[in-house]
Design a protein around this ligand. Structure first.
Ligand code: R5P
Length: 282
């Protein structure tokens, strides 16, 4: 059974259309004090269930835990948890003494009431090791590269920092495009510096790809550098489009276009991860 997490309604609909499984609705309510309520609408006792629920913003993470609990308490035989966007993944180690490793804290909570875990473009591959159950990270980068080829006709793909270098390289190779990367230093949560680099983009069209756009600081700075280096067109694509605060305005001011997948559903979700997840449902 596909359990349709309320945070991923369109993705669940696509998955239901692409597979043959029975679907289960989840009812949610918010109490007057803001606390949440979930109820599985079908009898799932003895069933093998795949729950698809993204975890941004925060209330969706809470609902994920509650739906897992509802599945367990009501006798599901097997619980596969598919989290299209795994929030808190960027705090995957202690950067400064005294901090929590949030990515591990939530992995431990998911572990308690699940048999398998899947996610898309986790912030780091190491996050799968935080789970005791089977955990797998699926990349949407090739899908983003294919979409870029079809819609943006780029001359090359660019990673905005070294962290994205390998995933962008693999994606570029999969579609037969050239690639390069920029060098980023993060100053604080809202500010990054990207060094000018000797990439030949004069008169070229480029797509910058990254796992996530949050404040948009990384992408706008990368796009600005590439435009200053003479790029004709700069497009920005990512798997997880958080677009916090005025990110869309900032991106719109410097990029020719920007897009993301449906791991977080919104108007810029131009690429679906449904084909990547469909095999997990059946
Ligand atoms: C960093 O390692 C990530 O891959 C992204 O580049 C970063 O989290 C994007 O954040 P922002 O949009 O706030 O610059």
């Amino acid at each position: 059974m596909l359990v349709k997490g309320p945070a991923s309604p369109l993705l669940c609909k696509k998955l239901a259309n692409q597979t043959d499984v029975e679907t289960v609705e989840v009812q949610t309510q918010v109490f007057p004090d803001g606390e949440r309520y979930v109820k599985i609408e079908e009898d799932i006792e003895g069933e093998k269930c795949t729950l698809v629920q993204t975890t941004y913003p925060n209330q969706n993470l809470l609902e994920l835990f509650m739906i897992q609990n509802a599945l367990k308490e009501n006798g599901a035989d097997f619980i596969k948890v598919v989290v299209p966007y795994y929030s808190y993944g960027r705090q995957d180690k202690i950067f400064e003494k005294g901090e929590a490793v949030s990515a591990k804290a939530f992995a431990k909570r998911i572990d308690i009431e699940a048999d398998e875990f899947y996610s898309v473009d986790l912030h780091s591959q190491e996050i799968v090791d935080f789970f005791d159950i089977t955990a797998e990270n699926i990349s949407a980068m090739t899908k983003l590269a294919e979409y870029s080829m079809g819609e943006k006709n780029p001359d090359l793909l660019i990673a905005p920092d070294e962290g994205a270098k390998d995933i962008v390289k693999d994606a570029a190779l999969s579609v037969g495009l050239g690639w390069d990367y920029l060098e980023k230093t993060r100053i604080d949560a809202n500010t990054v510096e990207i060094k000018p680099k000797n990439i030949d983009v004069e008169g070229k069209s480029v797509v910058i790809l990254d796992d996530i756009i949050a404040t948009g600081g990384t992408m706008t700075e990368a796009a600005r550098q590439l435009k200053e280096s003479g790029a004709k067109e700069v497009h920005a694509g990512c798997t997880h489009g958080l677009f916090a605060g005025d990110a869309k305005d900032k991106l719109g001011a410097v990029c020719d276009s920007f897009f993301c997948t449906d791991t977080i559903e919104q108007e810029r979700s131009e690429v679906s991860v449904a084909p990547l997840l469909a095999d997990l449902i059946e």
